[in-house]
Ligand binder design. Structure first.
Ligand code: SF4
Length: 344
């Protein structure tokens, strides 16, 4: 495996390797990656493996290889203390709204730790409960981050982590951060992972479900009902009676096709459950036609909304949902998409 990885790093391409637990897969990709001298990005399925690589395998390789190299462990923003939010919450006494016991026990711990930590990674506070509400108030968050405008930007833990990673030979992330970053890259703003010529996906069997979470589109009968309700709420307000009639016709068609499709899908699921069969695209193959009809009805509704918008701008959310819903169903109809939980 190490020889195959070394060859792919040198010549380019992809290698897929599978081996049992404890057989040394991590070393088999880390050694050729480090010896190549190129920056390598390693993504794991779990934080545990991320930490094992960083705290155990990397130091062991530093001793064994006799070649100096640097490594950075990167986690999602919410793992890091936001110095700006923490300062503001302290100044505004925002912690008063939290339970007394939570404030009394954890606030002094975070306060003390914030003065000496070099990483700001909450993993250093092993006694902090995973779902502590107070942490959500003070952790870094993409939505509230001020970026370069922030007065603490210079000593911000997320900034420091990014800088360390940009200068490191080995960058270790997890699949969640990898996918979140790839999503941000699509909008060319806010990515945290530095560009690396080599990517190693460890625990690759977990990547599909994480990627589906970030890039998939979930469809359900409830979402379609919401869409129809929102459109109908707008009918009759600012449109001509001919537009209203067209829209009612389009929403009725969507409702009927949605009922047909989702009840057929429910039946298919029940039958699959009874026969204890595994769901595959084949399980639902008889219903792709119904899916295509629903996609057509959604496109019809979209076209009606777009035409009406020439006169009056319809609800923006509806305009965006209709084409997304249409294309999601079309993918299912062609059997290309991963059908995860079709009835939501
Ligand atoms: S730059 Fe963003 S994450 Fe960093 S301290 Fe400022 S607001 Fe918090």
């Amino acid at each position: 495996m190490a020889a195959a990885v070394a060859e792919v790093i040198e010549r380019g391409g992809t290698v897929v390797a599978e081996a049992g637990t404890g057989t040394g897969k991590t070393l088999a990709y880390l050694i050729p990656a480090i010896l190549s001298g190129q920056r390598v990005l390693v993504s794991t399925g779990t934080k545990n493996l991320q930490e094992q690589i960083f705290f155990k395998d990397i130091p062991a390789l530093r001793d064994a290889l006799g070649k100096p190299f640097s490594a950075t462990l990167m986690k999602g923003r919410s793992n890091y203390l936001c110095l700006h939010r923490f300062g503001i919450a302290n100044d505004n006494n925002s912690f008063d709204s939290f339970e007394r016991s939570e404030r009394a026990v954890f606030l002094p711990v975070i306060e003390e730790w914030s003065k000496k930590t070099k990483t700001g990674d909450r993993a250093e506070l092993s006694d902090l409960p995973e779902d502590l509400p107070l942490w959500k108030e003070v952790s870094a968050d993409a939505e509230t981050c001020l970026g370069t405008e922030c007065p603490r930007y210079g000593d911000c833990f997320v900034t420091l982590m990014r800088q360390r990673a940009a200068e490191s030979d080995v960058v270790i992330v997890n699949h969640h951060l990898l996918c979140a970053d790839a999503q941000l890259r699509k909008s060319a703003y806010g990515e945290v992972i530095p560009t690396c010529p080599t990517l190693v996906v460890d625990e690759a069997h977990q990547l599909e479900s994480v990627a589906t979470e970030y890039f998939g589109i979930a469809m359900s009968n409830f979402r379609i009902e919401d869409l129809v309700r929102d459109v109908e709420a707008g009918v009759g307000r600012d449109f001509t009676s001919r537009q209203n009639d067209e829209m009612r016709l389009a929403t009725t068609r969507v409702t009927e096709r949605s009922r047909t499709f989702f009840s057929a899908l429910s039946m298919a699921r029940m039958e699959a459950a009874e026969s204890k069969a595994r769901y595959t695209s084949e399980t639902f193959v008889d219903y792709f036609e119904d899916g295509a009809m629903l996609a057509g009805a959604l496109e019809g509704l979209e076209a009606t909304l777009v035409l009406s918008s020439k006169k009056d701008e319809p609800d923006e959310a509806n305009r965006r949902l209709a084409p997304r819903a249409g294309s999601a169903l079309r993918s299912h109809a062609h059997g290309r998409a991963h059908l995860r939980d079709p009835c939501g």
